[in-house]
Design a protein around this ligand. Sequence first.
Ligand code: UT7
Length: 325
Amino acid sequence: MRARIVATGSAVPRRILRNSDLERMVATSGEWIVGRTGIRERRVVDDGVASSDLGTDAARAALAASGWDPADLDLILVATCTPDMPLPSTACLIQRNLKASRAIAFDLAAACSGFLYGLSVADLYVRSGTCRRVLLVGTEVMSSVLDWTDRSTCILFGDGAGAALLDPSDDDRGILSTHLHSDGDLWDLVCVPGGGSRMPASDAMLAGRHQYVKMKGSETFKVAVKTLEATAREALEANKLAVADVDLFIPHQANVRIIQAVMERLGLPENRLFLNIDRYGNTSAASIPLALDEAVRSGRISPGSRILMVAFGSGLTWASAVVKW
Ligand code: UT7
């Protein structure tokens, strides 16, 4: 039995960082940022707030929507590239916050593709009969790994979290397919080189600002368009669906120009797109579940809707999922 998404939730920090604020921090302009990326503002946490805090809030919103008791959860999966700390996993911290004492909990690292990787893992756990009730969270405090003096990266990202609850489907609805891809040869397109075992924390590491996101922007842009188009076509073909059968397209929200280029190549009309990058920027693993939750709550998704989700991110990783709601 395939898994289905029972409920969604999301959480974003209250603090808004507008393009006009960034104009005072680095040599940029609101016009440049909106024109090149589609981003108008993003959310940023207050000091002391970590990924497990946002993830817990998103999970609580999903639990409230479903009526599930946290004690019924079998598995908690957390997709994040900004864990609270190297050890323990952010999933264990969320498990503790929720008092989900029966659940096994672990993190999954696939950067911006993390939520779709997690959807695939959740679906396989449910299909195998190993777990019945799964909480999947994508949560990020990207502001903790941004170099606020680097205009080419700090304008792009934001903080947030999204969550989904899954259980076995008893009809033809649910996760129809997931397709995952990785190419480690492209590891340095987007990376945080310092702070791990290759370059542990040290004065020299901090002085070199290696603890922050480094990105080859225009190369990443080109690879993103190519891989997203390919994985969308692969997903449609596997489900014998035409582009016209897609009711809602939820791409990873990294750059509106990437999304428009992919839609143009696929021939997807604009009214099928769910876009919220203007308000949140790129929230990495939180981007798709945050958009999914907003789409559900705003009535863009109804029973029977066919949703195509695609993502790409550091790794390089890329992925798709087709869900019948
Ligand atoms: O989840 C995966 C994460 N990564 C991505 O998805 C990123 C994908 N890439 C992109 O979104 C785009 O490549 C960017 C938005 C990062 C950059 O846009 P671009 O059209 O590719 O610009 P560019 O990198 O080719 O830079 C054009 C110019 C450069 O100046 P010069 O060398 O032509 O004089 C940059 O220095 O724009 C300059 N620039 C800026 N100017 C004003 C770069 N950042 C800024 C900025 N404000 N914030």
